[in-house]
Design a protein around this ligand. Structure first.
Ligand SMILES: Nc1ncnc2c1ncn2[C@@H]1O[C@H](COP(=O)(O)OP(=O)(O)OP(=O)(O)O)[C@@H](O)[C@H]1O
Ligand SMILES: [Mg+2]
Length: 320
């Protein structure tokens, strides 16, 4: 069966995720090419080891770049570290004000707390970059190539991480507000409070987007091998714990039935795993994608690959 529903106009954000090396970037780039036929599309990567450039055969980098020879497709390799430092520059005054008014830290201590690296906060800001771009609304579809499982899960748990961070700052701020109110009788919120309120709104916005199945979809990519299936199972379960429901799965690197003893042997083994996957995830739409004789690189090869994802495997073809 082909991948379905990608062209629904309400669906804005499509993330591809799975174990290392199973074909996430290839699927994401192909989906980007496929959707660019109908929508202004932005292909993004949140994987620190970006490979959209390699996949498309064109340098992309951390600025939105139009993909050569493809109408309506642009790409961006998000630099999470840079996103975090830009965030810190933008809100330096507010964050320092919270630390200054609510703690006993002196200027030197505040500087060192401010420059502390908080684990995961760079990824949080990477995701915030996606949200900001979606708010700008210049594209109809945002396709995300995520890093292997653990990283992708961290990305999706980021609303929680950001929430914890905002809560910590809000707690500090609350003590300060309480003191002011107790001694002067009233408290007028300032720009530091506005900042906290806006961050809280961002957390809520990201959370509701990720859980909204009509606007956001996470497509799992796997291969018909034991370890990959086990990791896919964990990924799908963890995602559902965060309220992200996976509806579709791509099984990549499937060997086409051919008249060759080696291929038949491998295919037989793969069939065992394919039926295991289908049994385990019977409610998911599974799309088979064949192993190609060559790497799937460059616009032409990716477009052919996209055709296969859109049409489904010939054995089980349905209308796209
Ligand atoms: N069906 C296929 N047939 C042949 N080659 C493929 C197929 N799918 C992917 N490839 C090739 O396999 C390699 C790995 O694919 P890809 O980079 O998409 O995987 P990934 O899951 O993004 O990897 P990583 O976890 O390292 O980011 C690439 O060289 C790609 O061209
Ligand atoms: Mg990749």
């Amino acid at each position: 069966m082909p991948l379905i529903g990608l062209k629904e106009s309400a669906l804005k954000l499509i993330l591809f995720g799975g174990k290392g090396g199973v074909g996430k970037t290839t699927c994401a780039a192909s989906a980007g090419l496929f959707l660019a036929g109908n929508f202004k599309t932005l292909l993004l990567s949140t994987d620190p080891a970006h490979s959209i450039s390699d996949s498309l055969g064109q340098h992309i980098g951390d600025a939105i770049t139009e993909v050569k020879d493809v109408r309506n497709l642009s790409a961006l390799e998000i630099n999470a570290e840079k996103a975090l430092s830009e965030f810190k520059i933008e809100y330096e005054e507010e964050i320092k004000k919270i630390l200054d008014t609510s703690t006993n830290l002196d200027n030197e201590d505040i500087e060192s707390v401010f420059s502390l690296s908080i684990p995961g906060l760079d990824e949080v800001m990477g995701f915030k970059t996606i949200m900001d771009l979606m708010d700008e609304g210049k594209f109809g579809k945002y396709i995300v190539d995520t890093a292997p499982t653990g990283h992708a899960l961290r990305l999706l748990t980021m609303p929680q991480l950001l929430d914890d961070w905002v809560k910590m700052l809000a707690k500090l701020r609350w003590k300060y507000r309480y003191m002011i109110k107790t001694f002067s009788g009233k408290y007028a919120p300032d720009e530091a409070d506005d900042f906290l309120l806006n961050m809280k709104k961002t957390v809520k916005k990201i959370e509701s987007l990720l859980k909204d199945q009509s606007r956001c979809e996470f497509i799992a990519v796997t291969i018909p091998e034991d370890m990959a299936i086990q990791e896919t199972t964990r990924l799908i379960h963890s995602l559902s714990e965060y309220g992200v429901k996976v509806k579709q799965l791509v099984i990549n690197n499937v060997i086409e039935p051919r008249d060759c003893a080696f291929c038949q042997e491998r295919r037989k083994e793969q069939e065992k795993y394919i039926s295991q996957i289908r049994k385990k995830f019977s409610s998911l739409n599974t799309t088979l994608s064949f192993l190609r004789p060559r790497e799937v690189k460059g616009v032409n090869a990716l477009s052919a690959f996209a055709g296969q994802l859109a049409q489904g495997d010939p054995v089980n073809r349905m209308v796209a």
